[in-house]
Each structure stands twice: as structure tokens, then as C-alpha cells.
Design a protein. Structure first.
Length: 257
């Protein structure tokens, strides 16, 4: 069998690399070179991993000895990760399966074709690394500008139109948790008894954590989160953020003692 393989990373992928466009290019190429296409596998999945439904199905066909060649629009549709890409290509070659890339005019049945495959996979891997580095650089710049650049928005805040600000209903609950916990602490209760009593009080007041009953984990996360008093982290970096605070630094520090 000659198997066509089409892949996009998301359903919103641009037309120049959409599934229908890839199929057309594969079919046009095969008609030109008189190659029969027995099946076309299509998938929406990141090419940085080899654990994909379409690829796993292709492996099954290869293991059964049913595949003569795999045809793709470009090699990065097969795999973008260099290490896994080389492993998969070797796997195909060991099973006497050819790889044909339409746009790059590559056929791995030739020595030159195999040489070009390795070069192109290296370039593809470099592109992914460059993109990741750019994203990381952007996050560092945002952090220096006192912006939150990673992690979920803490309970008590919301993000609208790209702007993070306190949520009035949740803010009231966060402030209640801090003040009531400090009060229970001053009464000399053990940490376990404080937490048990606080959870009871939250339930009695009908306070919820994103629609669910507050757990000990939820409360501990809130009590130990410096974001509420203006502090945020990025990796091993610590900085003040630019958003409105919910808790005073003094109250936060009293809880941590």
C-alpha cells in the first residue's frame, strides 16, 4: 500500500497547509508519477510527538507488512522533533518503507534522498527550538514589565480583554479566609483544627471554590499565594506585579509566621 499522511497542529490551521490542501498536493504528485494512493491518513495533532492516533495506525500497517511507501506534503507533516523523526524514519527504512516528500522532492529510496531527509529534519527541529526560545524571551520581557506570564489566574482574580483584575465576589472570600484563619491562629488552635474549622465556616456561608466546596488544598494554595499581596514568580525570579492587591503585605506575613 502507498499511504498518504496529512497532519495539522490545530483545526484552524491556515489554508496553505490545511488537510484538504495537503491531500490535493499528494494526489497531484502521485498522478504525475503514476503512483496509486491506497489510503490517506489525516490527523489534527502536534508534530512534536510520535504518540499520535494517525501515526500509531500507520505503524500497525507497517508492522503487518502492508506499506510500500509513505507520502507527505512536507517532512514536517510527518514529524517535527528531530530525535523522534530520525527514529521513525529508521523504523520505516528497516521495514523497507519508502518516504516521499512532495514539496521537497525527496525519495528515501536514494542515498541523496536520505541525506536530505536528515538535513531537513534538523532544520525543522531548529525552527521549533527557535519558536520556544522566542516565547520564553517574550515571557521574560513581560515579567520585567510586572506582568503575569505563566500559570493560571489565581482564585480571586479574573482576566477580561487581556486585563487581570480582582473578581469582587471571590475577593470577598479570599479576604474572609485570611482574616478568619488569622483569628483562629490567635486562638491557639492547631493547624489541623484551624483548617477544619475554616472549612466548616466557608461551607456555612455558602462560599465556593469555582463552584465546588473548598478543600484543604484550595485553602492552603490561597494562604500561601503571594500574588494576593503583590508578589509573583517566574522560574526562580521574584518580583512585584502591577495588578491590584487583595491582601495587605502585613496580613500575608502574619499568616506565614
Amino acid at each position: 500500500m502507498n499511504i498518504g499522511l496529512c497532519r495539522v497542529s490545530s483545526v484552524s490551521q491556515k489554508d496553505n497547509s490545511s488537510i484538504p490542501h495537503q491531500k490535493k498536493m499528494i494526489n497531484d504528485y502521485c498522478k504525475m508519477y503514476n503512483i496509486s494512493v491506497d489510503e490517506v491518513i489525516s490527523e489534527v495533532y502536534s508534530g512534536t510527538t510520535s504518540d499520535r492516533d494517525g501515526l500509531n495506525y500507520l505503524r500497525e500497517l507497517v508492522d503487518e507488512g502492508k506499506v510500500e511507501s509513505v507520502i507527505v506534503m512536507k517532512l514536517d507533516r510527518l514529524m517535527r522533533n528531530f530525535t523522534e523523526g530520525v527514529v521513525f524514519i529508521k523504523y520505516l527504512m528497516d521495514n523497507k518503507v519508502k518516504i516521499i516528500s512532495v514539496m521537497e522532492q525527496i525519495d528515501t529510496s536514494s542515498v541523496n534522498g536520505m541525506f536530505l531527509v536528515n538535513i531537513l529534519l534538523s532544520v525543522s527541529d531548529l525552527e521549533v527550538s527557535t519558536l520556544k526560545n522566542r516565547c520564553l524571551s517574550g515571557k521574560r520581557e513581560g515579567f520585567l514589565n510586572k506582568e503575569k506570564v505563566c500559570g493560571r489566574i489565581p482564585y480571586g482574580y479574573e482576566k477580561r480583554n487581556g486585563i487581570i483584575s480582582p473578581n469582587s465576589d471571590e475577593t470577598k472570600i479570599v479576604q474572609y479566609i485570611y482574616k478568619k484563619y488569622l483569628s483562629l491562629k490567635k486562638r491557639g488552635l492547631t493547624p489541623i483544627k484551624r483548617m477544619k474549622k475554616l472549612r466548616q465556616l466557608l461551607e456555612m456561608n455558602g462560599y465556593k471554590y469555582r463552584g465546588k466546596v473548598f478543600s484543604t488544598h484550595n485553602i492552603n494554595y490561597i494562604l500561601k499565594n503571594g500574588f494576593y499581596c503583590g508578589v509573583m514568580t517566574f522560574g526562580d525570579k521574584v518580583s512585584k506585579h502591577k495588578y491590584d492587591t487583595i491582601i495587605s503585605t502585613k496580613l500575608y506575613n502574619l499568616i506565614q509566621k
